[in-house]
Write a protein that binds this ligand. Sequence first.
Ligand SMILES: [Zn+2]
Ligand SMILES: [Zn+2]
Length: 312
Amino acid sequence: MANGGPVEHGYRHLETVRAAVTALYRRLSYDTIHQFATSVAPADVAFCDTDELYLGVQRVARELVRHYRLPDARMIVAFREMEHAANVELTAGPEYFVELNDRFRTHRRDIGAALAHEIMHVYLHRVGLSFPGTRDNEILTDTATTYLGAGWLLLDAYREDGASSQKLGYLTPEEFGYVLAKRSLVFGEDPSVWFTSAQAYTAYERGMERARHDERQPPLTAAGWAGRRRYARDRRHAQAHRPAAPAPGSLDSPDSPDSPDSAYAFVPAPDPPGALRVTFPCPTCHQRIRVPVRGRVRARCGLCRTVLECDT
Ligand SMILES: [Zn+2]
Ligand SMILES: [Zn+2]
């Protein structure tokens, strides 16, 4: 887990974050994801500077192991001087060695955040889910930590004042806020009451705006006036210049708009001849959905089971 450096903002990793949410649904299934409807409770991972260090670390690690449902896993946590914030050795288990940066000895309130990320590495290792490359794999780990109910700790570890700043993990604060917001929209949970950091709260609000934006993209009926108008224009264009039949397995037509938020694309339907279908990302899990172009259509995402009201 990375440590220090200037805090980056914005949504530079958004594409990978969305791919990570889709990969989680694919690998874990709807039912497993819904076992994580309740987040880690603040009281269960609270750690103050008067608590005994090693007992406290083991207690917080056990709580996270329980939350992630890793019954036989045991975390052996040690502190050492290191460049990174934390590290875990991925082995066959059941014992896993986690190293925390020495600075956590005196910043105990953030130990839960560091362990949430490291123990998620163990979880993903056990379910056999990874992204190629360190950067993408770390983004997957932060996204999974957050989507499965422990990542609010990572966002809450983000603090800035005049003199100093601190942030843990690879996602920007807004991206943590975005994944957390997507989670709270699915589970109807409000994590904002747990924040101790004002900056974390602001990042969550920004992330929520972005998550709601996903739900208002055409062809969804919740799309705004401008989006619907753009969609109607693109559809007329597609109907006038029928795209060639797509290669098997390819969902995107070359006509697809560039903006990833509105990445709908028109493709030929198998029948009747001349009919079109529209493909677009599910606003919940970002898997691509395909529905016929014929006005009002209700679809259900096969992966996350979200019911999608569309006007195609
Ligand atoms: Zn990591
Ligand atoms: Zn979905």
